[in-house]
Design a protein around this ligand. Structure first.
Ligand code: BGC
Length: 697
């Protein structure tokens, strides 16, 4: 049905219009019955459906319907697989449709500035390109089901400490290149129906009142055509927010802010046209959902199987000395740690899913493999229990291998607060040390130097346990890579001196040097590099080439290379393409990720990885011009198995069609002027005139 939203708005009273600009309750928008406008429901996200039918809360306290908990974003990011994210989105969209939910509140694509952010498990990466591509894929999947997505939290919500009040102090170039870039990519590529603005301020301005962000950049530059909603309670000054482009306030305000809007219109402080425009945007999205169609039901069990498959695709094999993994099918293996029986597979807060089942590693392995279990420590705390430890160490000593299932207790990591350190509980440290001493084949520990193998599962959803077993025993081959750097110590992290800030101000003094951009520039050692991940097979890279060696910045460059599976079993390889600016025109990171491909290869098989680069792949954001700029000159194209394992490199010569104007003034230096090709001849003549060669003696 093609309806005229404008006509509908024209029939609404001022109070009705002001009313639809805030929630009806915790999870519903307001409808207008007499005009056939339904009260649409929204729900969290982002890695499952958290539909609350009873009393609402945004802390994950009250129960929601039984649903499927898929791997969280920290895990799915490690898949580097846009297809997987699109499937996840499609499945979540179908669950929403079947449950009458019109907008899923996610994905969350804030940058992992510090490993201590309490909500990092909901976020994808330290790299804006990766985060943007993955988020776009998930949004496309959700919206393919006629359900809206709500990429959040726009923008620079990179910590939980004082998240409602703090101001992120970020220079304009860093803001664009690191913190806005994932949103820009997602908005442009996937056209989300809604965007959720964050609680915090940026450079002293409340995001929910920022016309620059919510209107000029989001709509004007990026073409966003849906509605902006507030994070739950992020509204400060309602009328100011509406003027800035904040259409919908969530949750309900009890009518108080509706009255403020109506009064502002009556008193001439708010043009009615501004209100009308917000209402049109909200109604437009309401009817995209209401007029659409989609799944009427979904199969929980089938989605559980999918959750297992996804968890398998996300796990990262960090270390595997001497090929200790996969474990032999007939090896007697000790499973140590309560997480083997009670997996922790998601984080706390508004994303908490009421998982209808959770498959533990113990449940998945028992009866199929020679496994024995010892609790060793309790999953919920950090108190050491001598008797439990002794029992675990004894079991490990008597087996052919031991797998310690280590991880954080729930209380260590949650929405609402940050972590104060990166360590595991002391009792787990101690147990691992003791087990490693009696059993050299000990796996899944964070002590990289003391153990032969580490398999990182992240918070991989309700299928994590089975996925772990399939990977440990080699039924599946690990194929994830890290979407973040593991530093040696938290103190090495570039944000360390300025996280989480001072009172209500947090200075992003590391600028654009976030994650590997910093460690690379400093040539600093790290525990595990961005993009690192092993496989039970091996891959060789060859033949890196660009389709042109000299290129203008307004034409695409296609880059290809061959990847061969040189091992004995099938596997998947994530090939990363980084661009290095060698022009010297501007301060840049050593290299930046600008493409990635995941290839599935049989033993001996070769496939071609292909990447297409465009102007943006070479550009930096120039605050003086207020636009993305690149310089003419040489650029390196680096194909890597990780950011620290660059296998192939070629260079191309780029010609910039819109170079930054070179401004000459009274302080310009001779050598700089001589370096300008357009000025060189002139400068040489000038110099000759001013300093004529001395006459021969
Ligand atoms: C969170 C959002 C969430 C909302 C609704 C807020 O506290 O920051 O991510 O979507 O609550 O639960």
């Amino acid at each position: 049905m093609k309806r005229s939203i404008e006509r509908l708005v024209a029939q609404m009273t001022l109070e009705e219009k002001a009313g639809v600009c805030s929630g009806g309750d915790f999870w519903h928008l307001k409808g207008v019955e007499r005009l056939g406008i339904p009260a649409v429901m929204v729900s969290d996200g982002p890695h499952g459906l958290r539909k609350q039918e009873q009393e609402g809360d945004h802390l994950g306290v009250n129960d929601s319907i039984r649903a499927v908990c898929f791997p969280t974003a920290c895990a799915t990011a490690a898949s580097f697989d846009t297809g997987l994210l699109e499937t996840l989105g499609r499945v979540l969209g179908a669950e929403c449709r079947a449950q009458g939910v019109g907008v899923l509140l996610g994905p969350a694509l804030n940058i992992k500035r510090s490993p201590l952010c309490g909500r990092n498990f909901e976020y994808f990466s330290e790299d804006p390109y990766l985060a943007g591509q993955l988020a776009a894929a998930q949004i496309k999947g959700i919206q393919s089901q006629g359900v809206g997505a709500s990429p959040k939290h726009f923008a620079a919500n990179n910590q939980e400490y004082h998240r409602l009040t703090c101001s992120a102090q970020i220079d304009p170039r860093t803001l664009r290149e690191i913190y806005l870039a994932p949103f820009e990519a997602a908005v442009k590529a996937a056209r989300p129906w809604t965007v959720m603005c964050s609680y915090n301020k940026i450079n002293g301005e409340q995001v929910s009142e920022s016309k620059a962000l919510l209107t000029d950049i989001l709509r004007g530059e990026w073409g966003f055509d849906g509605y902006v909603m507030s994070d739950w309670g992020a509204v400060n000054d309602r009328v100011k927010g509406l003027c800035a482009g904040l259409d919908l306030e969530m949750p309900a305000s009890g009518g108080s802010t509706d009255r403020q809007i109506a009064a502002a219109v009556r008193e001439g402080r708010l043009p009615e046209a501004v209100l009308d425009r917000a209402v049109e945007r909200i109604l437009d999205v309401i009817f995209r959902y209401a007029d659409g169609q989609g799944a009427a039901e979904f199969d929980l069990q089938a989605h559980h199987e999918l959750a297992v498959r996804m968890a398998r695709e996300c796990a990262v094999l960090l270390k595997n000395e001497g090929g200790v993994l996969p474990l032999g099918q007939r090896t007697r293996v000790a499973f140590v740690g309560e997480f083997a029986q009670k997996p922790r597979f998601q984080g706390g807060g508004s994303s908490h899913i009421n998982a209808f089942r959770a498959e533990s590693a113990w449940e998945a392995a028992r009866g199929r493999y020679e496994v024995q279990y010892a609790k060793g420590f309790s999953a919920g705390g950090d108190e050491a229990d001598e008797a439990l430890m002794r029992e675990a160490v004894e079991l490990a000593a008597g087996c052919g291998a031991a797998v310690v299932f280590a991880g954080l207790p729930d209380s260590f990591e949650c929405e609402g607060y940050d972590r104060s350190h990166m360590r595991l509980p002391g009792c787990q440290n101690e147990l691992i040390r003791r087990v490693a001493a009696v059993q050299p084949n000990t796996v899944e520990l964070p002590w990289a130097d003391e153990v032969p193998a580490i398999l990182e599962l992240y918070l991989a959803g309700q299928g994590a346990g089975r996925a772990a077993v399939e990977l440990l025993f080699g039924e599946a081959n690990p194929c994830g890579k890290l979407a973040e750097t593991f530093p040696l110590r938290v103190q090495d992290n570039p944000s360390y001196l300025n996280f989480p800030g001072n009172g209500d101000t947090v200075e992003y003094r590391e600028g654009m040097f976030v994650g590997y951009r910093y460690y690379d520039k400093k040539e600093a050692p790290v525990r595990f590099a961005f993009g690192h991940g092993l496989s039970y097979t091996s891959f060789a890279y060859s033949g890196l080439r660009a389709d042109k060696t000299a290129v203008r910045d307004d034409e695409p460059v296609t880059v290809r290379l061959e990847v061969t599976n040189t091992g004995a079993r099938a596997g998947k390889e994530i090939v990363q393409l980084y661009v290095a600016d060698c022009t010297g025109a501007e301060v840049r990171p050593e290299k930046e990720l600008k493409g990635f491909v995941k290839l599935e290869l049989e033993p001996g098989e070769t496939k071609t990885a292909e990447f297409v680069l465009d102007r943006r792949s070479f550009a930096w954001y120039d605050p003086q011009r207020g636009s993305w700029t690149c310089a003419s000159g040489r650029y390196g194209l680096l194909a890597g198995a990780s950011s620290r394992d660059i296998r192939q490199r070629v260079e191309i010569e780029l010609t910039c069609t819109d170079p930054k104007p070179y401004v000459v003034d009274a302080n310009s230096r001779y050598d700089d002027l001589l370096a300008q090709p357009a000025l060189r001849e002139f400068m040489l003549r000038l110099l000759e005139k001013e300093y004529p060669p001395a006459p021969p003696a």
